[in-house]
Ligand binder design. Structure first.
Ligand SMILES: *Cc1c(COP(=O)(O)O)cnc(C)c1O
Length: 387
């Protein structure tokens, strides 16, 4: 799919790659093929081999442009889009497993992914072990003769721990184990796991790829070797992305590199400010040199996005809730990766294993100085109330 993309920048891929306006009457924006089926001039011509589309559950021209762009961004041979990040994760995981298999999974992964592995797939005879995942030894120790899959997420989205991807993938390959990574936090702009040996990359495109908090979508990126199994999951389970949602993600992607540069710059500024605040116990952000895996982070990522956590000196749920409720510019809500800043109180497992109350924040595209002013008044307000 992507033979001639070497040397193309992320910007060029997001803006031009996979598009051919001449096919669509010069339309600068690709049309939304909002149709379920495609007709043919003859029975003979009605074939996928003849390059025709047949049915949108199988493939659709709008969605194919998105597949091509995301595959190019990830340096993957192929990509398929799904109706949500969870549909993408489920398809990727289920494409690799059968009854009796064992999975090693990072313990602080996105919670529904954990439930899928631990409770749902358990019904079909799949076993799972959860590990810290901050060193290759964690995976080695959990290994069983029937281990088939390592499920990774680096960094994790609540406590921001990393896995050493090159080492873990080299170990997995030597043992015939497939690796899947959730790359939602970094996006391909800041981390390209396939280059480090990961077999399958999954995303919630509802976060930065879409970027505007107006669409739910997911994507799986992988090699030609694995794509057949992924495509089969997509058409049999049927969790395809709607063409209109694909079009919204295409629109979001146009500004992905520009947005991420700003998220990074603002998040670094706010994280630095928080790390010097007397009410803050610790800031968990891989872009700060104080992060215990800062060196690894700089080695395997080329930048840092806008989501991070910090813990409070006043270690209580009431204190964390008090700060969040006092925020004005930050909104209170789950999800992240959009234009807006968000906060939630959370119990966070720190790198040393301590559970501590704090906030998870997403630094959006507002002025970082307004966000700092908001955090300052909220931390002061909560302190005045005795937390
Ligand atoms: C949101 C999220 C998902 C799930 O994506 P949906 O599009 O909501 O299904 C998966 N992984 C991470 C890290 C997420 O933040």
């Amino acid at each position: 799919m992507n033979e001639d993309i070497d040397g193309l920048s992320f910007e060029e891929i997001c803006i031009h790659w996979g598009e051919d306006p001449e096919r669509y009457m010069g339309s600068v924006v690709p049309p939304i093929f909002q149709n379920s089926l495609f007709t043919a001039p003859s029975v003979e011509a009605r074939s996928r081999k003849a390059g025709r589309y047949i049915y949108t559950r199988e493939s659709n021209p709008t969605t194919d442009i998105l597949n091509a762009k995301i595959a190019a961004l990830e340096g993957a041979e192929e990509a398929r889009c799904f109706a949500s990040g969870m549909a993408a994760i489920s398809a990727a995981v289920m494409s690799q497993l059968r009854s009796g298999d064992h999975v090693v999974c990072v313990k602080n992964v996105y919670y529904p992914a954990r439930v899928l592995l631990q409770d749902y797939l358990n019904r079909f005879g799949v076993e799972v072990s959860f590990v810290r995942g901050t060193s290759v030894e964690d995976f080695e120790q959990a290994l069983r003769p029937n281990t088939r899959l390592f499920y990774l997420e680096s960094p994790t989205s609540i406590n921001l721990w990393l896995q050493p991807l090159e080492e873990v993938c080299a170990f997995a390959r030597a043992h015939g184990i497939t690796t899947i990574i959730d790359n939602t936090w970094a996006t391909p702009v800041f981390q390209r796991p396939i280059q480090m040996g990961v077999d399958i990359v999954v995303h919630s495109a509802s976060k930065y790829l879409g970027g505007h908090s107006d669409v739910i979508a997911g994507v799986v990126c992988t090699s030609r070797q694995h794509i057949e199994a992924i495509h089969r999951e997509m058409t049999l389970i049927g969790g395809i992305l709607d063409p209109f949602a694909a079009w919204l993600i295409l629109r979001g992607l146009r500004t992905l590199p520009a947005r991420l540069r700003q998220h990074q710059q603002s998040a670094l500024r706010v994280a630095q400010w928080l790390s010097e605040h007397p009410a803050v116990h610790r800031v968990l952000y891989p872009g700060l040199p104080s992060h215990p895996q800062y060196e690894l982070a700089c080695r395997q990522m080329s930048g840092f996005s806008g989501l991070f956590s910090f813990t409070l000196k006043h270690n209580s749920r009431e204190a964390a809730v008090g700060v969040v409720d006092a925020l004005k510019t930050f909104h209170i809500g789950v999800s992240w990766g959009g234009y807006e800043s968000l906060a939630l109180p959370m119990l966070i497992e720190d790198y040393d294993g301590e559970q501590r109350w704090g906030l998870r924040v997403h630094i959006g595209l507002e002025q970082p100085e307004s966000l700092i002013a908001d955090l300052e008044q909220a931390l002061r307000h909560a302190e005045d109330k005795g937390h």
